[in-house]
Write a protein that binds this ligand. Structure first.
Ligand SMILES: Cc1ncc(COP(=O)(O)O)c(C=O)c1O
Length: 437
């Protein structure tokens, strides 16, 4: 994609050399708050959800999109998606609690945890929330908790690991024999046989191959395998499925030379083979479930950070900013690329190569390596792009640095949706034993 078009696609543009995100002048906004500042764009979240929903609807009407809360768990994000008709997928009790607080009814929430404790089960079953089991061994405990709480054993599903995974980094590939998630092909019949024996009456399946897949071709192998497993399961145990869940995984173009994900390819490699299988009449009339996180929210957010130090050590030029891997951990954790641009262009012709580094006391606190940028000055602002997914949810207080504020923009309006944390917040839960007081 041409660079200007790529920026436009990200809802970014320069007007009179000042950066706008959607309709908002970023420098003006930053004047009202402190930096680093997460800016979240409501209209972008809505657009991403609608684009995806339209594509799935065009092939198979009986579908539910469950937004993956781990990507962005702010109540505002959840309320926006709820108003669009989305459900949610949660990986923990904390995410379920947040989703309930956001107003999702229990039948719009699914719980895809792993290494569940009895308390996890108690919370979910008690609230009537469907759990995707991650291991055959968990079935016994789930049944016990149903009995203890006097709840009907109605629907059951297992997360199936199709042994072929994909993702932008090895840590985000979630299928394969040596990966902790789900049950393997050779365990599937046993799992559902046992589930039938203990009294479950309705069945679903789950799968999630990984996160950050930009090439739809990468879905082919895992999805073929998954559908084979389902066909076989339906045949052998005479099961028809209430739902089939395909997890999340769609990536976004973090780099200017990358194209956005081809939703048509997704249709071809995933939705159509699924529809063909359903049409054969062997697996029932299931709901198609999908759990995207990154695709819906990544491009909805940028971080604004201020330059405090420009250091030339004679070997390299460093731009020191006030956001670090406490604010955005993806570059340090996954070697991820986030495009970084100035909020104001003074002279766009002369460029310099900089490493953009945060204030964390570790040499790995680099947000961008060898970036070609216009000449920068101390106190200038930079925008770090595509931070809406796994951005704030992975932010932390390492080095005792409070987490930053978040602002939601909608058209020309802006709303503070999270206050900046304070030093007092850092110590709130700490207690001293009497002899140290
Ligand atoms: C079970 C499950 N579902 C959905 C997702 C969302 O993935 P993504 O953000 O790549 O769409 C994840 C994240 O890895 C996940 O673990």
């Amino acid at each position: 994609m041409d660079y200007k078009k790529w920026l436009e696609y990200k809802n970014l543009k320069y007007l009179d050399n000042r950066l706008y995100f959607g309709e908002v002048d970023v420098i003006e906004l930053v004047g009202k708050y402190s930096t680093p500042l997460y800016i979240l764009n409501e209209q972008r979240i809505r657009k991403q959800y609608r684009d995806l929903k339209r594509i799935i609807d065009s092939e198979y009407k009986k579908n539910d999109i469950h937004f993956s809360v781990k990507a962005n768990s702010h109540l505002a994000t959840l309320r926006i998606l709820k108003s669009e008709g989305a459900g949610v997928d949660c990986t923990s009790v904390g995410e379920i609690y947040t989703s309930l607080q956001a107003g999702f009814p229990q039948d719009k929430i699914i719980y895809t945890g792993n290494m569940f404790t009895n308390n996890d089960f108690k919370y979910a079953v008690g609230k009537g929330i469907h759990v995707n089991l991650d291991s055959i061994s968990q079935l016994k405990r789930l049944v016990k908790i149903h009995d203890e709480l006097n709840k009907d054993k109605d629907m059951i599903s297992f997360r199936i690991n199709p042994e072929f995974g994909a993702g932008h980094h090895s840590h985000t590939i979630t299928a394969g024999k040596n990966i902790k998630f789900g049950i393997l092909d050779n365990q599937v019949i046993e799992a559902y046989t046992k589930a039938k024996e203990v009294g479950f009456k309705h069945f679903g399946t789950h799968m999630h191959i990984g996160s950050g897949v930009l090439d739809p071709e990468e879905y082919k192998k895992p999805f073929e395998k998954y559908l084979d497993i389902l066909n076989n399961l339906a045949d052998k145990l005479n099961i028809s499925f209430e739902f089939i869940d395909f997890g999340g995984s769609i990536g976004i173009p973090y780099k200017p030379n990358q194209e956005s994900f081809d939703l048509e390819g997704y249709k071809e490699n995933l939705i159509r083979p699924f529809v063909e299988l359903v049409e054969k009449g062997n697996i029932g009339n299931p709901t198609f479930k999908f759990e995207p996180g990154r695709y819906i929210v990544a491009e909805s957010s940028i971080i604004i950070t201020q330059i405090n130090t420009i250091k030339d050590n004679g070997f390299k030029k460093f731009v020191g900013v006030n956001a670090g891997f406490n604010t955005l951990i993806r570059p340090a954790m996954y070697n991820s690329y986030h495009h970084i641009i100035p909020c104001q262009i003074l002279d766009s012709n002369i460029k310099e190569t900089y490493d953009i580094t945060g204030p964390i006391c570790e040499s790995g606190d680099v947000l961008g390596k060898a970036r070609n940028l216009p000449i920068l000055q101390e106190e200038d602002y930079l925008a770090i792009l595509d931070t809406g997914a796994y951005g704030f949810t992975m932010a932390n207080v390492y080095n005792s640095r409070p987490r930053p504020p978040e602002v939601l923009i909608n058209g020309k309006d802006s709303y503070l949706i999270r206050e900046e944390e304070t030093y007092e917040d850092l110590l709130k839960k700490q207690k001293l034993p009497i002899h140290l007081k």
